[in-house]
Design a protein. Sequence first.
Lengths: 594, 196
Amino acid sequence: MSATHHHHEEQDFLFKYIFSQDHKMISKQFLITGFLMGFIGMVMSTLFRLQLGFPGESFWAIDFFLGSWAENGVMAPDKYLALVTMHGTIMVFFLLTAGLSGTFSNLLIPLQIGARDMASGFLNMLSYWFFFVSSVIMLISLGVEGGAASAGWTIYPPLSALPQAIPGSGLGMTLWLVAMAIFIASSLLGSLNYIVTILNLRTKGMTMTRLPLTIWAFLVTAILGVLSFPVLLSAALLLIFDRSFGTSFYLSDIYIGGQVLEHSGGSPILFEHLFWFLGHPEVYIVLLPALGITSEIVSTMSRKPIFGYRAMVTSILAIAFLSVIVWGHHMFVTGMNPFLGAVFTFTTLLIAIPSAVKVFNYITTLWKGNIIFSPAMLFSIGLVSTFISGGVTGLILGDSALDINIHDTYFVVGHFHIVMGLSAIFGMFAGVYHWFPKMFGRMMNNTLGFFHFWITIVCAYGVFFPMHFLGLAGVPRRYYTNSEFPLFENMIDINELVTWFAIVAAFAQLLFVFNFFYSALRGPRSSQNPWRANSLEWTAPVEHIHGNWPGEIPEVHRWAYDYSKVDENGEYISGEDFISQVVPLGPNEKDGGH
Amino acid sequence: MTTIVLENNDYKKEIKQKTAKPLLWIGLVSIVMFFAGLTSAVIVSKGTAVWESIQIPSAFAISTVFILLSSLTFYLGENSLKNNNIARAKIFILATLILGLLFSITQYLAWTELYKNGVVWAGSESSAAGSYFYALTALHLLHLLGGLISLLVVSFKSMKERYNEENLLGVQLSSTYWHFLTALWVYLYLFLIFIA
């Protein structure tokens, strides 16, 4: 023992904090990097909301953040496009894919299944560093000549395929593609690890039906990643070939500035097919981890078993399966055969069923529960709310006949920000508040958490709810300004309101930032199991150690949701309202998961 | 924070033994999806754009033979190791390496043949059909380069007699990847003949 002890004592800063192969440290790296990117993405959105709410007006903040991009404090139109593109890219991929999965899959998979670490610590480290490099390149692309990529986060060709098309199609676009290729490598390395760890390294007694729902969600998310990200890589590669080597995969006969280009024979629609084959599962790559986190928190904080465990697992699987066969609903206006459109409408509407099962189960778990309104619980309930209100508009957009009318309007922006953006970020906030003690050994401040939640949810609805009305009135997304069109003159008030909500929401996030860093350094020390929860991570010591448990890994005897379990006399079986997974079943006791 | 140290710190080796193969397999799934994306792109392009059919270079037939043979020799080499016949294993593994290199060279010859037939990769003379030909085969070869590097390591280690019937993991990983590349090539070859 003494030899290894010395080894650890001498482990220097570089390998403990920078090139760590320990899943708990990598999880924190993902969290900090992801949040940093998210913060940048949020500042971008606040800035372009200023332009949308007060078009053409000069702002100190725009001048301060954008400098030469905004003469006299007014955002330049091409920079507006760059900001919108980068906001989407950063939020979808860097915050809600890598930030969310990277943080919680890394933290929770080994701890909740009872493993010493990930399947490959080395690949896990690579996964983080690829993510980091990709983030850096993406940020650098903001500063290059011509500015960052400006074709929207979906980077449709021909805008993205012809470097001479718009300023943002130049070097910025190239760097976007390079950054995304590295990002995909990072995501794949992560997913490989998550899947193999869950399938191969579960502790004794941890059958698949005893896994916490977080783990099920992470597993299916990782599988979706392995199936869909390589397809995005193939799409991106063909785009790189078109841009830089003169091939014509996505380009057909095309003129620019009256000049005929030598491209012929390609199809820009092909890119949409490939992109959305990733793009739609990506929605669930973002969402499922948040749903998993919510399952865990809703059950723990209601002091009740999760309602319908098997139905929850089945609906995760059903959502994942359906998500791979619905990509065409993003392409109803591409001249798609109406019959094919009907098929995609059908598969899309089917997703409502497993989604409704999940919502029903969350609400039933809350029903008559002994609810503890911690900030994590509030954000989880917030997720259930946004998942419903955003999901309902999904039914409208999923129907091809309705979608054609509101395609590319603010209705779409409102829909996906609520159902995907808000739900996922609420899940992420919930996860941070809930597992903060596990990450840092300290507690976050509840009062600040309450303020953070209430301001955020009110403002978030204030931002995205009115957008549906803008969209129904026909206001198109991605336009630099809508004040030029007499048709939309009476919409300016709504845009102004939305902007005010966005500003307040952005400032509210500072409460979280402060709470996070202050608590990590000065927060009250946490006990080993502060939420009195059942799952395995709370049986590990508060101090982080390599290998997670001193001595043997605990054996599991029951599922993770034995809350408020009573015997035939109505008394708590364990004398308390929770029973850890490591407690053996009593003589007449049945395991809830089976 | 105090540091608590595990009594038994050998878990990393145990984890590796348990997970190296599944990691590779799921990695292969992602490569399958990558090529599935590309080949379905061919099908979509064929349906929507001007499409010219392209004469398959004869060198591809030869390279197919080479890669099939290389899989056979790798299989025999691995089997010899399992039977602890180290001397025989060395020969087969080296033969695999040579066949792999021959495959790569023939791929290059096939491209020159394509080029002579007027099929170009890019520019005004190019067509999407021709570009796909180069892209698919080159991306396969890129993956094969990884296989060749792992084969080099395996050849080197087998020359040094580092493998035996108990210590096979490295060979097994390398051979799984190699057989996968063979299967992938056969798929691409048939795809190019019958679909593209």
